[in-house]
Design a protein around this ligand. Structure first.
Ligand SMILES: Cc1ncc(COP(=O)(O)O)c(C=O)c1O
Length: 440
């Protein structure tokens, strides 16, 4: 034993020099930007001034309601919830999902075959790709896209195909997320005989777009024409503002059979670290995905499934989603009022907790001491860095959510997350006024 320890620290005892160990990693990591330094690490709080207000990464700086965390504690104090759950998810959570979402899908959801609990939405989506992609199958995603889609697709042999959401025309002085538009000719042209899946993220991260019924009907028609699986990423379904309608594509005629809808307890209950999510869809999609998730994680964490179940069971009695929406609307309004006062152009989000600001009017010196990590990337990387350092509010560059070819479309935009408490948002609103002196 001691000899092994010596060898590992000092080299072999026989006087020979040991070669440095180099075990090649999988070429899979070369795709899907898995090795590139991601924006989250560059704009991580640790790299920014310690008093910088973090409006970058999209997680809350507040806890879930106490009645939900109490349910987590209660679950931890039982024996069963400390152990493996069924790979489909704990019966109580599947039942709660059925009861909460059934009417929204106009269906009597089958808890055995049409609901699958996953380790966050992310792992659920990964499992769908494992279950459905053959090598070379294409997956269409709208840009800007949630960055995890890319490696999740390429790790499973899939090929991402990008269709941009076109930014609002410059003539629109007060754009909303609805002014980010799909060119349907472009979408049709992106479909090939290898297209297998189209991802429809509504409400959309980072644009905040809530896809309209007409847009979804057109996407649905294409999906039917070309026999595509639709992955409806609706993790922000509880954050739709201004009485705008959240349409579930799975409920459009003929779409249930080809759609898997993705949900997240992290977004719904301000609990992004819980890693509990769910998929809702027909048995023909859920059953192969169950086979995949069983072999990836086996099951999701048990006590927090119980807590998520309590959240859904008691949501109506606590008027939880109505109140949460009002709170988010107030947060959004504080933040966009600050941008109005500042006089910059931004996209008013109809959903989610993100605001895209047009940073093209922010002027910063070319010789500003930018770190290497932001040089050579889109202009938005430098704008975010400059604002974080000079103003003390962090944000995320949006060009990261585009493929290289289309990066210039996003280069003007930076994303702020307003899933923060009111004090933080008010402080950020005040600090942002200091940006005025840098506006052209
Ligand atoms: C559009 C979108 N989909 C999926 C996810 C992943 O959700 P979860 O944290 O439940 O894995 C996120 C998280 O930011 C997201 O923005």
């Amino acid at each position: 034993m001691s000899q092994t320890r010596n060898e590992s620290t000092n080299g072999p005892q026989d006087g020979t020099r040991r070669q440095p160990v180099s075990i090649p990693f999988s070429s899979r990591l070369l795709e899907g930007r898995a090795l590139a330094q991601d924006v989250w690490s560059i704009f991580n709080a640790a790299n920014l001034p310690s008093d910088c207000l973090n409006l970058g990464q999209g997680y809350m700086n507040f806890a879930p309601p106490k009645w939900i965390t109490d349910a987590a504690t209660e679950a931890l104090n039982t024996v069963g919830a400390n152990h493996y759950s069924h790979p489909k998810g704990r019966p109580r959570l599947r039942k709660a999902i059925k009861q909460f979402y059934g009417s929204q899908f106009n269906r009597d959801l089958d808890v055995e075959s049409e609901i699958l609990v996953t380790s966050g939405a992310n792992e659920g989506q990964y499992s769908v790709f494992v279950a459905f992609l053959e090598h070379g199958d294409e997956v269409i995603m709208f840009e800007p896209f949630f960055d995890q889609y890319l490696p999740s697709v390429t790790f499973n042999g899939g090929k991402p195909v990008y269709v941009p959401l076109h930014p609002p025309s410059r003539d629109i002085t007060k754009p909303t997320s609805n002014d980010w538009t799909i060119d349907f000719e472009e979408l049709r042209a992106a479909v090939t005989p290898r297209t297998k899946i189209i991802i429809v993220n509504t409400p959309h991260n980072p644009v905040g777009k809530v896809f309209t019924r007409t847009e979804l009907e057109k996407i649905a028609a294409l999906a039917e024409e070309f026999n595509l699986l639709v992955m409806a990423d609706e993790v922000y379904d509880c954050l739709v503002f201004d009485n705008k309608e959240h349409v579930r594509i799975a409920t459009l005629p003929g779409m249930w059979e080809r759609t898997v809808t993705v949900g997240s307890a992290g977004k719904s209950f301000a609990a992004t670290g819980w890693r509990v999510g769910w998929l809702i869809g027909p048995a023909s999609i859920i059953s192969p995905t169950l086979a995949a998730t069983t072999r990836i994680v086996f099951c999701s964490n048990s006590p927090l499934q119980e807590a998520a179940a309590a959240g859904l069971e008691q949501a109506v009695e606590h008027q939880f989603f109505e109140n949460q929406l009002k709170e988010y609307q107030e947060r959004r309004d504080i933040f966009v009022d600050a941008l109005d006062q500042l006089g910059v152009t931004y996209t008013l989000p109809e959903g989610t907790y993100f605001v895209l600001m047009d940073s093209s009017s922010v002027k910063f010196p070319d010789d500003y001491p930018f770190p290497k990590t932001v040089l050579g990337r889109g202009r938005d990387f430098r704008a975010c860095w400059f604002i974080a350092m000079e103003i003390g509010v962090s944000s995320i560059p949006v060009s990261e959510f585009y493929c290289e070819e289309h990066m210039s479309l996003g280069e003007n935009y930076i994303r702020f997350s307003f899933c923060k408490d009111l004090d933080t948002l008010k402080a950020a609103a005040a600090r942002l006024q200091n940006l005025k002196k840098y506006l052209a």
